[in-house]
Design a protein around this ligand. Sequence first.
Ligand SMILES: C[S@@+](CC[C@H](N)C(=O)[O-])C[C@H]1O[C@@H](n2cnc3c(N)ncnc32)[C@H](O)[C@@H]1O
Length: 229
Amino acid sequence: MPDIDWVAWHEQYDRPGPLADRLRVVCDQLSMALQACGAGAALVSVCAGDGRDVIQVLSGELSELSVRALLVESEPELARRGEAQAVSAGVSDRVLFRCRDATRMESYQGYVPADVLVMAGVLGNVPSRAYPDLARTAATLLRRGGFLLWTQRRFSGAIDAEYREFRAALAANQFLSMFADETLAGPGGVSYLVATEQLATTPPEPAKDPLFQFSDFDPDKVRQRILDF
Ligand SMILES: C[S@@+](CC[C@H](N)C(=O)[O-])C[C@H]1O[C@@H](n2cnc3c(N)ncnc32)[C@H](O)[C@@H]1O
């Protein structure tokens, strides 16, 4: 599979459309999950990009909750941009970017079990056969009662096999559905589902690395990018 330019991918946020729309819904649900957790919550974002969702929420009305956020992102330029945004938003004391491989358990050290886990823009890059691993990873990284926020791209609002497969994987790990919202369809009928689940059981034993499979995942390339950071 060709490499995706994730820096360029983020430019979609700058124009009106389903991704910008998704950001608003992600921020709303993230805000609700953090408020349900109360003060001092640990938040982890998996494949965080430039972290604009987390930064936007933490610099807004939730600033008094003193959330500790870890954002794991393997693209150095995005991590750098995210760090700069955190500084200008005044939340750099609460937001840590780790330019690391999100498929490795050690990348989350010190922040798990988390109260809130964000997997935005992850599902579409994970083959559906790896959904059981992804859902188990989410359960592994959370405390009991913690929240998982995830997104999935849809075409013409269709509930497809992939949606059902991920829902089944979540149910197998005892995630209970809390909130779900869908963005308005944009060009090509693309919309996004944004959903939040709550883990209703004790987390399973940590899985072995790699925790899940990202389609862009090439361990050597990721290692090199991180070394370049
Ligand atoms: C679709 S983007 C989503 C970014 C962000 N969560 C958002 O919704 O705006 C996927 C991100 O995963 C990152 N990524 C890909 N493989 C990764 C890995 N193994 N470890 C950490 N991040 C990874 C990419 O660099 C990219 O920023």
